[in-house]
Design a protein. Structure first.
Ligand SMILES: Nc1ncnc2c1ncn2[C@@H]1O[C@H](COP(=O)(O)OP(=O)(O)OP(=O)(O)O)[C@@H](O)[C@H]1O
Ligand SMILES: [Mg+2]
Lengths: 260, 266
């Protein structure tokens, strides 16, 4: 028997996924089993093409479950579930809407009252340091600023389940650490939420998560499940300066290497 | 907040230099032409002479010949442009709403679009006579396909992540269409409108060349049939100026609506 199913969290058992196009098929996931208790922050790491985005797509209901069972708070995933939020690999901001309108677009699906919404959007944009850029179009923002808008949009939903796909992939090291701290703050504000973060960056996984799940190269299987015992609240920049943290990341590298 | 990126990206000085350079090029070309014609190095009766057709141009503007002919041509251009645009956008709407309709019609539309429209003009004359209607038909037959193909390409260029975002937010289909697919297609639609405008003028002028009447196209064929190259060139100047004015107006409207996007070159 595996671990106890978590009724309020995420439950994945025997999950396999295959992409079929014509005669060809690609096996993306094989027999994945995972229990994520409610309120946990989990990172998913693994080689490129090992099925991380596929797994997030399944959890957010954008791809159908083919084989296996998936439950979020006891119910199967479905696109548009009000308790899930998804952030895409590139920022996916609507280029014709201002920073404000982009966040408002998402929040409007949860909050009907425009005035109430406006004050929430403003507070969120300020909390990611974009108070002065509310009316800027995405094309007038840097990549890091755009990611911050996307982060604000995702967290504006105050969802129980938050799925983030390489939110900081394209950023320089300094911007990245700043945004990681923003993310930690946003998450600690809505700390009841369960986060699944896909990343290529092991330091990011260690600094942010309670737990790092290591996947094998395609077809993706779970090969290691590493608990991160660092105390919270965390400060990513300060963590980087400590020896213990560097050892932790080095350990994750070894785990990842032996997985491939 | 001030916009800190200029889409066009040229300073005033660079623009003046460019405009000056262009004038210089045209001036050199005109001077060489003038010399060749005046000295008899090339037959003046065939190539015309810039000093004379420029003068003709102004005379024909002042005596009302060009304004009257331009109005007649522009009437057909305007009707064909609007009609073609409405029909193309409606077709695109249908095809986006019902992908089956697109798969059904796409090869037929491609085949029709491959047809040389000039060859249809005799048919249009047969159907509609030699008045405005056949010119409109000729213009529409080009405008419709240009805008339809640009609009469909634009709708398909919608970022898949934007559609996934809409799904994950449970945005209803009609709102996804209005708030995501339409704005995504807008830059391509404007490119299609700009190019379609030029082709509508082409379609109408061709119809006038063939069917006669009172428009600018008819003037071109009249002057060329009476061995008056200066008259032909004077009319061409009028046509070029009109087309430039029309596309500049389109670009202006485009810049005020699709601010987030640099115009697509056509
Ligand atoms: N729409 C699709 N059609 C066919 N195959 C696909 C599709 N999407 C993904 N795949 C394949 O499935 C495998 C897993 O893809 P996925 O995007 O989940 O990987 P990933 O772990 O997110 O990779 P990366 O880290 O590069 O983003 C890949 O080998 C890919 O080729
Ligand atoms: Mg991916």
């Amino acid at each position: 028997m595996g671990p106890e199913p978590t009724p309020e969290g995420i439950h994945i058992r025997g999950l396999s996924h295959e992409y079929v196009r014509g005669d060809e098929s690609v096996e993306a996931l094989r027999d994945v089993a995972l229990e994520i208790p409610a309120g946990q922050f989990v990172s998913l790491v693994g080689a490129s093409g090992c099925g991380k985005t596929t797994l997030l797509d399944i959890l957010s209901g954008l791809l159908d479950v083919q084989t296996g069972a998936v439950r979020l708070a006891g119910r199967p995933p479905r696109a548009g579930r009000r308790d899930t939020a998804r952030m895409f690999a590139r920022d996916a901001l609507l280029p014709w809407k201002s920073a404000f309108a982009n966040v408002d677009f998402a929040l409007a699906t949860r909050v009907g009252d425009a005035a109430e919404r406006a004050s929430q959007v403003e507070r969120l944009l300020e909390s990611v340091g974009l108070g002065e850029f509310k009316q800027a179009l995405p094309s007038e923002l840097s990549q890091g600023m755009r990611q911050r808008v996307a982060l604000a949009r995702t967290f504006s939903l105050r969802s129980r389940f938050i799925m983030l796909d390489e939110p900081f992939g394209a950023l320089d090291a300094l911007t990245k650490i700043n945004l990681q701290d923003r993310l930690v703050e946003l998450w600690e504000q809505v700390s009841a939420s369960t986060v699944v973060l896909v990343t290529h960056d092991l330091a990011e996984a260690a600094a942010l998560s309670d737990r790092v799940i290591v996947m094998s190269p395609r077809p993706g299987r779970i090969v290691a499940d590493v608990a991160i015992g660092l105390p919270r609240p965390r400060n990513v920049r300060a963590l980087h300066a400590t020896d213990g943290f560097q050892k932790l990341v080095a350990g994750l590298w070894e785990t990842l290497d032996s997985a491939s | 907040m001030r916009r800190f990126i200029t889409l066009r990206g040229f300073t005033m000085k660079e623009r003046l230099t460019l405009a000056g350079g262009r004038l210089l090029l045209i001036g050199l070309w005109g001077a060489a032409w003038e010399v060749a014609a005046a000295s008899g190095a090339l037959p003046r009766g065939l190539i015309g002479q810039p000093s004379e057709f420029l003068l003709d141009f102004f005379k024909l503007v002042v005596d009302g010949t060009f304004p009257a002919a331009a109005l007649i041509t522009l009437e057909a251009v305007f009707i064909a442009f609007v009609l073609g645009a409405i029909l193309a956008l409606l077709t695109a709407l249908l095809m986006t709403a019902f992908p089956m309709a697109e798969r059904l019609a796409a090869p037929i539309i491609d085949a029709l679009n491959a047809l040389p429209r000039v060859a249809l003009i005799p048919l249009f004359i047969l159907w509609f006579g030699i008045g405005t209607e056949q010119k409109v038909a000729s213009g529409v037959s080009i405008m419709y396909f240009v805008l339809l193909s640009y609009t469909m390409a634009g709708a398909k260029s919608t970022d898949p992540d934007h559609l996934r975002l809409a799904r994950s937010l449970a945005i209803p289909g009609w709102r996804t269409f209005l708030e995501i697919i339409v704005p995504s297609a807008l830059p391509a639609i404007f490119a299609g409108l700009r190019l379609g405008m030029i082709y509508t003028v082409l379609g109408v002028i061709t119809a006038e060349l063939i069917a006669g009447g009172k428009g600018l196209g008819t003037l071109v064929s009249y002057y060329s049939n009476t061995f008056n190259p200066n008259g032909v060139f004077a009319t061409l100047i009028a046509l070029v100026l009109i087309t430039i004015a029309l596309t500049a107006t389109m670009s202006r409207i485009e810049r005020s609506i699709a601010k987030w996007h640099a115009p697509i070159a056509v």
